[in-house]
Write a protein that binds this ligand. Structure first.
Ligand code: C2O
Ligand code: CU
Ligand code: CU
Length: 533
C-alpha cells in the first residue's frame, strides 16, 4: 500500500488536539455509554492502535492516463502487525483484521477535500464510534475512534458515511473489508491466511481521460450509444434518473480491478464476497453449475453450510463461500457469474434503467478463478459451523404488531414512512428501549410506476429475518435470496413485506437505518432510530 499520505504520528497528534478536547467535552455521551457498557469505557490502554487516512490518489487501471481515486491507507501504530493487509491488487482500502474482545483505537485523518466520517458497517458500537454523519469532520481534520470489538467473527466492512455524498465517496474508492475473528471460528479450522480472500464487488463507468464517471459527472459524454439517451444526456436526464433510481456502472470491478482473475492454489478457500456497489444487485452462481456453498452471511457463520444454485447479493450485503479447488488441475479456470433476473424496477424509470451497457438483471461474468499452482492440502468443511441464538418472536416487545416501516416515494424523493433524513431528528415511532428486541416490518408497496428494490440496513444491530411475504411470482432474484443467519442488511423487493427481529442490546444513542442503495440513502432514504434506557 502506498504510505506516502500517512502523516507522521506527531503531526497527527498536533492536529488531533482539537478533536480530543471535543471528545472530552462530550461527557454525556460517554456517560451513557458507560452505563450500557463498562468495558468499552474502561481506561485501560487499547490492544491495537491504527492510523487510517483517506486521501486523493491515483492508480493505473486502463492503459494511458492514470485514474484518480480516493483511497484509504492504514498502518499499525501498536499491536499485531498483521492487523492491516493491503487490498489485493487494487486501490481499495486495506483489509483490517480485528479480534473479538480487542480494544481498538483508530486515528482517522481526513485528507480529502470533502468532509468525511468512517462507519464500521455491521459492528455494534457506541453512537460516537459508529460513524453517524453528524460526526463528519472537515478536510484536514482527525477523528479518533475507540471501541471494543463485541461482534462475533464475520465479514464486516468500512466506508465513509458523509451526509448526501456517501455514494460519491465510496464510488471514488473509499471502502475496505473489516474481518473479525473469534475463538469459536478459529476452532473450526476454516481456510485461513492466503486461503481466505476478500472479494469486493463494484461497478464503475469510465468517462473522459480514463477517469471514473459518477452521476452528473459527465460520464461518457464523448462516447456514443451508451444508454437510451446516448452520450451527452448522461449528465442531464440520465444523471437525474440514476440519481433517483440508483447508479449502475458499465463494467464490473473486483477488488478495484476490471476483468479480475484471482490466482489460487489447488486447495480449499474461504471467499468473502462483499457487494460494495452503489446500487447494483448480483445473482451469483458458479459458471459451471456447481452449487455455491455458503458458510456465512452479514453477521458471521451460519449454523450449517447452505448449498444453493445461486445467491442474491444486494448492496451492503456479504456472503462467505467455501470453495474447494483441490481436484482442479493447474490451469483450470472457474467463472463467478451474475445470472439473469427479471429487472425489479418498474414503470418508466425502470424502463430507462434497463438501458445502458450493463442493465439491472443482465447476465455477466463477475470474476474468474485460475488455479495456478498445486497444493496437496485439503480442508474439510464441518457440517456444523455455529449455534445462533433462537429468534423467539414471542419474546419481542411488540409481538403480534410489528413496527411498520413503509418504503415511500413522495415529491420524487425516496423516504421511510413518508419522511426523509433529518440529521439529529427522530420521530416518536422511531424510539426503542435498550435491552429489548422488536419485530420491524419493511413494506415495499410502491406503485408500479416507482417499483424499486431497496436494500435496508440498520446500524447498531444484527437482526434475524423472520420472513417475507410477496406475490410469489418467480423473478429469478427472489428465489435466490438467502435470509439465513445474522443480518444487518436485507433486500426488500417491490411488493414485498419483510419482517425482521432486531435486538437493541448494548448501547443507547442515535443510529441510522437506511437504504444501502447509496443514491437512495444520499437522497434521504435514511432515518435515525433512538435507543433509550
Ligand atoms: Cu454501510 Cu449506514 O452503512
Ligand atoms: Cu452500517
Ligand atoms: Cu432504496
Amino acid at each position: 500500500m502506498p504510505q506516502e499520505h500517512v502523516t507522521s504520528r506527531r503531526e497527527f497528534l498536533r492536529r488531533a488536539t482539537g478533536a480530543t478536547a471535543w471528545l472530552a467535552g462530550a461527557g454525556t455521551l460517554f456517560d451513557s455509554v458507560a452505563t450500557a457498557s463498562p468495558a468499552a469505557s474502561s481506561k485501560s490502554a487499547p490492544d491495537l492502535v491504527l492510523a487510517l487516512t483517506a486521501s486523493q490518489s491515483e492508480t493505473q487501471i486502463l492503459p494511458g492516463k492514470p485514474t484518480a481515486v480516493w483511497r484509504f491507507a492504514a498502518r499499525v501504530l501498536k499491536g499485531d502487525g498483521a492487523s492491516v493487509k493491503p487490498s489485493p491488487g487494487g486501490y481499495l482500502g486495506p483489509t483490517l483484521h480485528l479480534k473479538k474482545g480487542q480494544r481498538v483505537r483508530i486515528e482517522f485523518d481526513n485528507q480529502l477535500p470533502d468532509p468525511a466520517i468512517v462507519h464500521w458497517h455491521g459492528l455494534h458500537l457506541p453512537e460516537a464510534m459508529d460513524g453517524h454523519p453528524r460526526y463528519a469532520v472537515g478536510p484536514g481534520k482527525p477523528y479518533v475512534y475507540e471501541f471494543e470489538v463485541i461482534n462475533r467473527a464475520g465479514s464486516y466492512w468500512y466506508h465513509p458515511h458523509t451526509h448526501g455524498i456517501t455514494g460519491r465517496q465510496i464510488y471514488r474508492g473509499l471502502a475496505g473489508m473489516l474481518l473479525v475473528s473469534d475463538e469459536e471460528e478459529q476452532g473450526l479450522r476454516l481456510p485461513q491466511g492466503e486461503s481466505d480472500l476478500p472479494i469486493v464487488l463494484q461497478d464503475r463507468t469510465f468517462g473522459r481521460d480514463n477517469q471514473l464517471a459518477y452521476i452528473s459527472e459527465g460520464g461518457d459524454g464523448d462516447r456514443a450509444g451508451s444508454g437510451m439517451m446516448g452520450g451527452s444526456m448522461r449528465g442531464g436526464m440520465m444523471g437525474m434518473m440514476s440519481e433517483m433510481m440508483g447508479f449502475l456502472g458499465d463494467e464490473i470491478f473486483v477488488n478495484g480491478r476490471r476483468n479480475a482473475v484471482l490466482p489460487v492454489a489447488s486447495r480449499a478457500y474461504r471467499l468473502r464476497l462483499l457487494n460494495a456497489s452503489n446500487s447494483r444487485i448480483y445473482r451469483l452462481a458458479w459458471g459451471d453449475g456447481t452449487p455455491l456453498t455458503i458458510i456465512a452471511t452479514d453477521g458471521g457463520l451460519l449454523e450449517r453450510p447452505e448449498r444453493r444454485a445461486a445467491v442474491t447479493l444486494a448492496p451492503g450485503e456479504r456472503i462467505d463461500l467455501f470453495a474447494d479447488f483441490s481436484d482442479k488441475p493447474v490451469g483450470a479456470t472457474l467463472v463467478m457469474r451474475s445470472l439473469a433476473f427479471e429487472n425489479p424496477m418498474g414503470g418508466m424509470m425502470g424502463g430507462m434503467m434497463r438501458q445502458g451497457k450493463l442493465p439491472s438483471g443482465a447476465a455477466f461474468d463477475v470474476f474468474r478463478i485460475r488455479v495456478d499452482h498445486r497444493d496437496g492440502r485439503s480442508a474439510r468443511l464441518p457440517e456444523r459451523l455455529s449455534a445462533l441464538p433462537p429468534s423467539k418472536e414471542k419474546e419481542t416487545l411488540n409481538f403480534g404488531s410489528p413496527r411498520p416501516f413503509r418504503l415511500t416515494m413522495g415529491m420524487m424523493r425516496w423516504g421511510i414512512n413518508g419522511r426523509t433524513f433529518d440529521m439529529d431528528g427522530v420521530a416518536d415511532d422511531e424510539i426503542v428501549k435498550l435491552g429489548t428486541s422488536e419485530v420491524w416490518e419493511f413494506a415495499n408497496d410502491a406503485s408500479r410506476m416507482m417499483a424499486m428494490p431497496h436494500s435496508m440496513h440498520l446500524h447498531g444491530a444484527q437482526f434475524r429475518v423472520l420472513g417475507r411475504t410477496s406475490s410469489g411470482r418467480r423473478t429469478g432474484l427472489r428465489e435466490s435470496i438467502l435470509d439465513a443467519g445474522l443480518k444487518d442488511t436485507v433486500l426488500v423487493l417491490p411488493g414485498e413485506r419483510v419482517k425482521i427481529l432486531a435486538p437493541f442490546s448494548r448501547y443507547v444513542g442515535l443510529f441510522p437505518y437506511h437504504c444501502h442503495m447509496l443514491e437512495h440513502g444520499d437522497a434521504g432514504m435514511m432515518r435515525n432510530y433512538a435507543v433509550r434506557a
